[in-house]
Ligand binder design. Structure first.
Ligand code: AMP
Ligand code: MG
Length: 421
């Protein structure tokens, strides 16, 4: 029966056939964190823009310091002709026998070709300095353009903007940046039994954990997200809420109401609002009832209501779409091979992604399934940093054998044992 359903791989491929091209936009630098550059960025100046001192000390001609060589008895004695602070310009150059007092970051004056650190000098009043070490040409001076020259490419298209890139963009005067736009994502939960987290559930009710977790996931993945609340299991109310959202968001995500029950009305409400279904149900556990299609230019996901099904289908199906729309590569979560250290889950005709905890050890990765009670158990799932993949129909890896693991933690740091287990 499940064999006739779409595999996860095919579902991902079908989704990819319906994606619009990523959309470029311009944003203020301060709003660009986590987005991907569309444009090539070149430096508009040499960096540093002028030869600058790396030390507080004295700008000198290196040749004038030769007499100082390890000889405090006969140091080079120079006349101090100027004082240069960072942000000010030299008032005069340095001639033979002269020095200028200079601070870190200040421009090195004409004629000087080195800086002697203040610790290697002795002042005789304001006007005379004794130099206690011999310095080579260039000592303690950062030459103009050492880091980049005007016109060179400092960031290429496709570069993800992290704090260091923000620094680079600021340094080259980019106050507005051309990036791929963050997708606008709407979240609906459905279910007559679902109440807001702040409310104490009455008999037969359950708190809405899906919306909060999904908002957090989309935010983490750098989408812009709007929580549009909970819809009751009532077609007309669903339809009017959907009418307002379809076409206004790049991605609309609903949870619940996509299974076979009498109150699973999401598919019908969507179709009544012009939804083009691409698939409904895939050969996946947890997450079999997942629904995907398009409506009025929005990509629409109907995810099953159980919180772990939401997490798994989000990671496997939704997140790659958001990353694609933001110009990220790769779009999929990394997979690692790890030695299975717990008993293997039984293989079934569906592909399984079991909440697991992976750790990097000297000999490679190891993985254990976490203790959980199925697709409703978001508490067990919270201890996972990965999903153990069991192929459809098996074989399931035996304990001690190599297993395929999808890492759902943000960075490798999650693999270095820093996560609470
Ligand atoms: P459904 O897919 O609508 O049949 O829901 C499957 C299970 O998930 C049911 O036990 C629901 O009560 C539960 N569920 C549905 N929506 C939510 C939600 N927003 N937060 C937490 N649990 C939910
Ligand atoms: Mg429901």
């Amino acid at each position: 029966m499940s064999d006739s359903l779409l595999s996860v791989t095919d579902a991902v491929r079908r989704i990819s056939e319906h994606l619009p091209p990523p959309r470029a936009t311009s944003v203020p630098l301060a709003e660009s964190l986590g987005l991907v550059l569309v444009e090539e960025v070149r430096s508009d100046l040499d960096m540093p823009p002028f030869a600058k001192s790396m030390m507080d000390g004295f700008a000198v001609r290196a040749a004038d310091t030769v007499r100082a060589a390890d000889n405090a008895d006969r140091p080079a004695t120079l006349k101090v002709v100027d004082t240069i602070h960072a942000g000010s310009l030299p008032k005069r150059g340095v001639a033979a026998g002269q020095a200028s007092r200079i601070m870190t970051g200040a421009p090195v004056p004409a004629g000087a070709d080195a800086v002697v650190a203040v610790e290697k000098t002795e002042s005789e009043g304001r006007d005379v300095v004794r130099i206690l070490e011999t310095v080579a040409v260039g000592k303690n001076v950062v030459p103009q353009g050492q880091d980049v020259w005007e016109g060179v490419t400092v960031l290429s298209p496709g570069r993800r903007i992290r704090p260091p890139e923000i620094g680079v963009l600021a340094a080259v005067g980019k106050s507005v940046v051309r990036v791929y736009d963050a997708p606008r994502v709407a979240i609906f939960s459905t279910g007559d039994e679902v109440v807001p987290p702040a409310r104490e559930p009455g008999p037969g009710q359950i708190r809405n954990s899906n919306s909060s977790a999904l908002v957090a996931r989309v935010t983490r993945d750098r989408g812009t997200v709007e929580d549009l609340g909970v819809l009751p299991d009532e077609t007309d109310l669903m339809r009017s809420a959907l009418r307002a959202a379809l076409g206004s968001f790049d991605v609309v995500i609903l949870t619940g109401g996509v299974s076979m029950g009498e109150k699973d009305l999401v598919g019908g409400a969507l179709v009544a609002e012009g939804f083009h279904e691409v698939f409904h149900k895939i050969r996946l556990k947890p997450g079999k009832p997942a629904l995907f299609g398009t409506a009025k230019g929005s990509l629409v996901f109907g995810l099953p209501g159980n919180p772990v099904s939401v997490a798994v289908t989000y990671e496997l199906l939704v997140r790659p779409v958001l990353r694609y729309l933001m110009g990220y590569a790769p779009v999929h979560r990394p997979r690692v091979t790890a030695t299975l250290e717990s008993d293997p889950p039984k293989a079934i005709p569906r592909e399984q992604f079991i909440p697991a905890h992976v750790v990097e050890r000297p000999g490679g990765f190891t993985v254990e399934t976490v203790s959980w009670h199925g697709s409703g158990d978001l508490f067990g799932f919270a201890a996972a940093n990965s999903l153990l993949r069991i192929p459809a129909g098996g074989p399931s890896p035996a304990k001690g054998e190599a297993a395929s693991v999808v890492v759902i933690e943000e960075s490798l740091s999650g693999l270095l044992g820093r996560l609470p287990k």
